[in-house]
Design a protein around this ligand. Sequence first.
Ligand code: ACO
Length: 327
Amino acid sequence: MKQQGIEIIGFGKNVGEKVVTNAMLEKIVDTNDEWIVQRTGIKERTVTNQSTAKLASIALENACKNANISLEKLDLLVVSTTSSEHIMPPTSGVILKELGVQKQIPAFDINVACSGFVFALDIARSSMMDGSYEYVAVIGVEKYSQYIDWTDRQTCILFGDGAGCVILQKSKVGKISEAYLKNKLDINSSLHLEATIQSNCPFFEQPKVEQTYMKMTGQEVFKFAVTVIPDAMSKLLEQLDITVDTIDYFVLHQANSRILDFVAKKYKVPQEKFFMNLDIYGNTGAASIPLALADMEERNLLKSGTKLILVGFGGGLSWGSIYIEIP
Ligand code: ACO
């Protein structure tokens, strides 16, 4: 498998301004801190009253500062989200407007739910290899709080709002592999968010549309996750011709600590190698992996030579993995 000459030169994050603890959820649904922590590992999450684009734009600004480059240096922006407030314009365009970026660069959104950041990173990587782009920003952002039924204890305890961003630069020493990416039809709609659109097309009779929220069949998604994560990890290791013990950190989509523990045990890898911050952010969808990377960088875990495998999984159903070596 090809490893491309691209490196991450900046990390940025931004989470919701309000922390929602398990104790606060106990007051609105029939749940308790012990159940949530035991079943998910989540202690608190954050929610925002800002727009999805605003949440992301601060993460992008922070990543550019961390990379020590101006926003005007960017050549391409790829945003992964499933929770924008609007269909047009894309969130990526709104982010650039929000930040007053003058340079007219290509910017687009992708929607691959919680696998989105791995897909977006691979799109950015291949675009950089084939094109003239020097600096590229990749953002994962979700404002799930607006699509959650806050009376449904099965979903409202799980999700949080946040954004994470990386800045990529072409480099002789950087190594980011081709990704391993997969998708299969979600036959039973185990992860589902219907757009609430009341059509008024006059040529058909229109049924009244009710407001809909995110739906998840937890146990089915759990079984899916513990099947596809090993697939994503093993296939990537095979393609790179390396063994699991050569990897310093596995950065998995932050859905549930039990999923992370299951995979660690399966591969007989110490749990500390599975970075976890879902206890403070909950499941932030496409934002969870770049948020984890930004926190790892803050904690000084990403040193020269550090080898990482990122694994995304979620709606679609979709899953994917990618290898990064810090130069
Ligand atoms: N508080 C207290 N009790 C609850 C709660 C709650 N918040 N939610 C459910 N329960 C009850 C249920 O009603 C059930 O009660 P019963 O036994 O009397 O019927 C019992 O707890 C067990 O419920 P389960 O749904 O079987 O609980 P489970 O152990 O499966 O945990 C969970 C649920 C946490 C959702 C788990 O299935 C899970 O993490 N699934 C995977 C989620 C995931 O990975 N998502 C990633 C993708 S998300 C994306 O792509 C957008």
